[in-house]
Write a protein that binds this ligand. Structure first.
Ligand SMILES: [Zn+2]
Length: 486
């Protein structure tokens, strides 16, 4: 994809079956369902209204959680002066290959080139150094909703694009313990959010040294399993320790009057989550959206018989009003230009959780037909109390989509302490493999070289078994979750 002129991609009319080519299926679906499209800017996508509506629902759900846990939003500049970016050595080294630069303003060469932010620790840290003087100023709990730019060689819609949207939280604390508590609190929020809103089960744990964020002391992540058995890192939370505080002189007078550096955290999730939703739930028929993040939770399709605009449509409109009053996001597809059959498959493809059909016979019987996207079950429901019925079915869909995804993950998770078995699993049916690991980065690199599998994270909820490392046989420090990953 990297070498192609993305803007010349043909219009998609059909979706490649998922079982035939997962990668092609994904891209076809993103474009055909009108979530996103390629743009004339290499590596940059356009998020179309239907995709952006999903992002808005994700934003709202997360933002509510951030605010409820004491965080506030602010906005910092897109540009970072070069000298500032150079201050934290590991951070610079980690991001240097991906930074885009602005060297001219109008006709003038800039005296100092400006980096386009790949992330905002640097600019935010600089401001925190100004704003924080005393322990009374702490903690600072700020989040930013923003775009960032990382120059990518190989891009995929939503999963990896040069510019993407995200939120980045940046906090400063008095003690190391408080910073660690914040880091883990956010990790827990991410997990609960992914499972409740996206119906996407995730493993929460700590990253190995080689996979941690450039400049962090500890990185934690949530990891989900996609429909092709590959893992997707869906969110990260970093304990920055005092690294950035020292580089940017973020100091405060402590309770004992001594001068101390703050303890920092940073954390983020991005539009990549939309890719995660698509690959967790979608099937050969197209997208399958969890009701909580579906722009339309219900589509009403009137069956056009006779003078249906006089007979059927008013009933459909009344149902739409009743559903909307109950807080259901509903679309009434009363377009004349398309047949009901076309509309059925179109809205199925676009992942609407529930379809409501109403025709002259249904009106006589005072009922409607309901069709679930997840199970494709069809059933009749009385018009009386339809809003309550629909709300209950949407909750049931949300729950069963999570359960189905969880069952899939469990069926694609193996545990082994044998290297032969480990390599066999990784060659065959992919998924998570939980295996004892010695904690050595060289051994981790050997495993990756042999199998392409990386350590996704090291969950904290289980004490290590102490069994010999799956690769080298030395005593293990943790049971690691391995997978091939996006
Ligand atoms: Zn080892």
């Amino acid at each position: 994809m990297a070498e192609k002129d993305d803007s010349k991609e043909p219009v998609i009319t059909e979706i490649t079956p998922r079982s035939e080519d997962f990668s092609r299926w994904y891209t076809d679906l993103v474009r055909r369902a009108e979530l996103a499209d390629y743009s004339p800017v290499k590596g940059c996508m356009v998020i179309r209204p239907y995709g952006y509506a999903i992002w808005e629902l994700i934003q709202r759900a997360l933002d509510d959680r951030f605010k409820a846990s004491g965080h506030v939003n602010a906005y910092f500049p897109l540009f970072i002066p070069r000298s500032l970016l150079m201050k934290e050595a590991e951070h610079v080294e980690g991001f240097a290959p991906q930074v885009g630069w602005v060297t001219r303003g109008g006709t003038e060469e800039l005296e100092e080139p400006l980096a386009i932010r790949p992330t905002s620790e640097v600019i935010i840290g600089t401001m925190y150094a100004k704003w924080i003087q005393s322990w009374r100023d702490l903690p600072v709990l700020i989040n930013q909703w923003a775009n960032v730019v990382r120059w990518e060689k190989v891009t995929r819609l939503f999963l990896r694009t040069t510019e993407f949207l995200w939120q980045e939280g940046h906090t400063a604390h008095e003690t190391a313990a408080e910073a660690e508590e914040e880091t883990l609190k956010i990790l827990a929020i991410y997990k609960e959010f992914a499972e409740t809103e996206l119906a996407m089960p995730v493993i929460a744990g700590r990253k190995s040294e080689s996979e941690k964020f450039a400049g962090a002391e500890r990185t934690y992540s949530i990891e989900a399993l996609m429909g092709d058995g590959r893992a997707l890192q869906a969110g990260t939370s970093h304990n920055l320790g005092q690294n950035f505080a020292k580089a940017f002189e973020i100091r405060f007078q402590a309770r004992d009057k001594s001068l101390q550096y703050v303890h920092g955290t940073s954390w983020g999730v991005s539009t990549r989550l939309i890719g995660g939703v698509i690959m967790t739930h979608g099937d050969d028929r197209g997208l399958m959206l969890p009701p909580r993040v579906a722009p339309y939770q219900v589509v009403i399709v009137p069956i056009p018989k006779g003078n249906w605009r006089e007979t059927v449509l008013p009933h459909a409109q009344a149902i739409r009003a009743a559903l909307a009053a109950r807080g259901v996001r509903v679309m009434l597809d009363d377009r004349d230009a398309y047949t009901p059959g076309w509309k059925f498959s179109e809205w199925e493809l676009r992942g609407v959780p529930l379809r409501l059909e109403i025709g002259p016979k249904d009106i006589e019987k005072r009922h409607v037909m309901l069709a679930r996207r997840d199970t494709r079950e069809k059933s009749a429901a009385p018009v009386d109390g339809i809003a309550e019925t629909v709300a209950a079915i949407l909750e049931s869909i949300q729950r069963s989509m999570f359960e189905r995804a969880l069952a899939y993950r469990e069926a694609h998770t193996s545990a082994t302490a044998s290297w032969d078995e480990f390599t066999q699993i990784m060659e065959g049916r992919p998924g998570f493999v939980v295996s004892p690991w010695c904690g050595d980065g060289v051994c981790e690199a050997d495993i990756k070289a042999a199998t392409q599998a990386t350590i996704r994270n090291l969950p904290a909820d289980k004490p290590p078994s102490g069994a010999p490392c799956v690769k080298c046989g030395r005593p293990s420090v943790a049971d690691a979750w391995f997978a091939k990953a996006y």
